[in-house]
Design a protein around this ligand. Structure first.
Ligand SMILES: NC(=O)c1ccc[n+]([C@@H]2O[C@H](COP(=O)([O-])OP(=O)(O)OC[C@H]3O[C@@H](n4cnc5c(N)ncnc54)[C@H](OP(=O)(O)O)[C@@H]3O)[C@@H](O)[C@H]2O)c1
Length: 262
């Protein structure tokens, strides 16, 4: 774990007069994750940013520290290595302090059309198991202190199984259900859990996608997620029109839905 330095000046750990707890972004090589980490730092949260590619996470931490003069620390992690997660969370808190905000930004859509056992395992382990594991561990830390906000980047694909992406969609749907239960468990302990259901965002995941549906920017998505977290919303659809779209899609009776090519 390394420290990103903010030039010659001592990095600060909070805005004038305010002491903020740490904000942690798992999956910071996602453009949405990276924007969110920057947003947290701009608000004065010391940040810890993690990715599989530790060198890239370190570059991002340095960039954040230079831009904001906030403490930014980086580390490596693998969402699938759940047996390492407890030690990881302890080491993050040792490095950057008690976690007050956490975002799960990682995700894996898998390879188009491949639903063999190895691909299914990867999709489920990244999008569901890894995310649930980290959310559970951090929620426990927050609950012990009586405060904190957790958000995970889910997907509108998790709202209804469709032939085009039901492997990924089912893992995101399972995550949304898991977070619903976690939200219910930790609400009385002062911890808030939010599911952000994203539509198309302009990132690596949608590179080359040909669609007439508007694709949102990672910057706008990061602002929306942060605002919704601070407002303690239970869920967020972004862009917002997806709430209506998915409302209609969910309302179609299965007898007719199974005949559609979606
Ligand atoms: N873009 C969209 O339209 C869209 C729509 C709905 C939901 N989402 C969700 O939004 C989130 C951000 O995705 P994105 O659009 O920014 O796509 P992205 O650029 O592909 O980001 C995915 C992130 O997940 C990380 N990741 C994958 N497997 C991992 C693993 N085993 N351990 C740790 N990290 C892992 C990637 O790290 P590496 O750099 O190491 O690969 C990367 O940081 C994801 O949860 C995605 O499912 C995106």
């Amino acid at each position: 774990m390394e420290r990103g330095e903010g030039g010659n000046e001592q990095p600060r750990s909070g805005v004038e007069g305010a002491v903020r707890g740490a904000a942690v972004v798992f999956g910071v090589t996602s453009r949405v994750g990276r924007e969110l980490a920057l947003r947290f730092a701009e608000r004065g949260h010391p940040v810890w940013v993690g990715a599989r590619d530790q060198a890239e996470a370190e570059r991002i931490a340095k960039d954040i520290a230079v831009r904001t003069r906030v403490v930014a620390i980086s580390g490596g992690f693998d969402a699938r290595a759940v047996e390492t997660h407890a030690a990881l969370v302890s080491s993050i808190e040792a490095a950057v302090g008690p976690i007050e905000r956490m975002v799960i930004a990682f995700g894996d859509m898998g390879d188009d059309g491949r639903r063999d056992p190895q691909m299914l395992r990867r999709i489920v382990e990244v999008n569901y198991l890894g995310a649930a594991s980290l959310a559970e561990l951090v929620a426990d830390q927050m609950a012990a202190r009586g405060r904190g906000i957790i958000a995970a980047l889910g997907s509108v694909a998790g709202d209804r199984g469709r032939q085009s992406n039901y492997a990924y969609g089912s893992a995101k749907g399972a995550l949304a259900l898991y977070l619903q239960g976690l939200r219910n468990r930790v609400f009385s302990k002062g911890v808030h859990v939010m599911t952000a259901k994203l539509g198309f965002i302009d990132t690596r995941m949608t590179w080359g996608l040909a669609t007439k549906i508007p694709i949102a920017s990672p910057e706008a998505a990061s602002h929306a997620v942060l605002e919704a977290m601070e407002a303690r919303r239970d869920d967020l659809y972004w862009p917002p029109f997806w709430r209506g779209v998915m409302g209609v899609i969910k309302a179609i009776p299965e007898a007719g839905f199974k005949r559609l090519s979606l």
